[in-house]
Design a protein around this ligand. Sequence first.
Ligand SMILES: Cc1cc2nc3c(=O)[nH]c(=O)nc-3n(C[C@H](O)[C@H](O)[C@H](O)COP(=O)(O)OP(=O)(O)OC[C@H]3O[C@@H](n4cnc5c(N)ncnc54)[C@H](O)[C@@H]3O)c2cc1C
Length: 496
Amino acid sequence: MNAQKRKKVVIAGGGTAGWIAAVALSRQLGPLLDIILVESDEIGTVGVGEATIPTAKTFHRLMDINEREFMRATNASFKLGIAFENWGQVGDRYIHSFGQIGKGVWMGDFHHFWMEARAKGLAGDIGDYCLELQAAEAQRFVADEKSTLSYAYHLDATAYARYLRTISEQRGVQRIEGKIAQVNQDSETGDITALVLVSGEQITGDLFIDCTGFRGLLIEETLKTGYDDWSEWLPTNSALAVQTEAVGPAIPYTRAVAHDAGWRWQIPLQHRIGNGLVYCDAFMSDDKARSTLLGQIEGKPLTEPRKISYVTGKRHKAWNKNCIALGLSSGFVEPLESTSIHLIMIGVTRLLQLFPFGDDVTALRDRFNAMSAVELEKIRDFIILHYHQTERDDTPFWKRCRTMDVPDSLKARIELFRENAHAYQDGDDLFRVDSWVQVLLGQRLQPGAYHHLAQLMPAAQLEKAMSDLKNGIDAAVSKMPAHHAFLNSYCLENAA
Ligand SMILES: Cc1cc2nc3c(=O)[nH]c(=O)nc-3n(C[C@H](O)[C@H](O)[C@H](O)COP(=O)(O)OP(=O)(O)OC[C@H]3O[C@@H](n4cnc5c(N)ncnc54)[C@H](O)[C@@H]3O)c2cc1C
């Protein structure tokens, strides 16, 4: 690319990925770029992807997105974590919350203290020591200058893309409606030179961002980048999605309820609930999935159940030639921990940091690809943990998941916790120690030992520390308003 002229960025696709890319590039690098987004109303978007993680809040702040305005526009609710039901064993329930559990010290994390206190009969459940988890259970919420709650959002995916489009267009992004019929390449370099629409219009560019969804029109159908298939570890390959009327006030967490061959999501928005059944079609027929979903949802369906098929895995390279894949075109790890929108946000943040202004971008591209790959592999391991670390053997699906071989990286983590209760967060890890601990314990992994640092404290001091923590959390939660009451007043049209 010529380093002197304004760069022309062409975004193919206008789903969540396309419009997040448009918002970010226009907000941060707008004066240096010409940005065009092409989308086809006829093709439409995947229409799911409604639960986020707390990084969405940070991303919105960086992008100057007003929280109240965004929540009103997308009928969003607050999310404090995910309740996992029937995962370790049928009848089990635990919450993976976004919060910090207790207070650790430099020599050891809080759960080592908790295990010692527990062994001495001085502690309750681990969740008693987490503010977000207790607020979720009590269905309470507050967000003000004094609040330290770590939270994310449930949002209406279609409204979100529409909202981001409005902001992007205000910031100078040009939207072109039309179906891409052909992708032209340079005969020597293989770089993409133009998108050709059905109308015949040609859209040329320097950098192309593929946000065309699972098909990967540019990155795969054109550039043949290749795909790492991870279905041996994450065997679900189908989802049925249906929206229902709300039956009560929105709860501040997602529900992920395991069933015979996968799990079911329930995502509460202000005006409706998003539901879906994730399953592996080798273990459950589409008819059975449909009847299971319709038999378990609460509230009147607002839409017909819609099937979405996918292969879990990742594109060999997120950036190939002059094309960067974002969103579903770059790969997909199923939605159990709501990580896909995060991956779009972090992907575009990386692009902002490593934007290719020079002519030679080989090393830049390698760096971008290496970072993207390791990030997704770490998330993959965390998701596999939920399936593999279980005592369930009541169906062929769960027997398979429990006994399957898992990546060595995950094996090592499980063993580390099994032996001595150690968990860690590396530089590339999205999930913090608290997340690993909540899920490892929630999935019934009982460590054989733990760090004995709490034995250095007198029992009375340990007991007081535990009860002070719990009492402080209980008192803070009791002062919070109900989630739905807070949500209603926060999203009022005339609220500040
Ligand atoms: C079952 C399921 C549940 C999910 N749940 C979550 C969740 O809870 N949380 C989360 O973070 N993520 C979730 N995801 C992922 C999330 O839905 C996606 O990451 C997100 O919606 C981004 O999708 P996308 O923009 O990449 O693709 P899409 O929404 O498919 O958009 C593709 C765009 O490309 C355009 N396009 C395609 N071909 C052409 C063409 N030839 N010409 C012109 N335009 C074209 C389409 O019109 C559309 O605008 C889930 C995914 C699935 C499958």
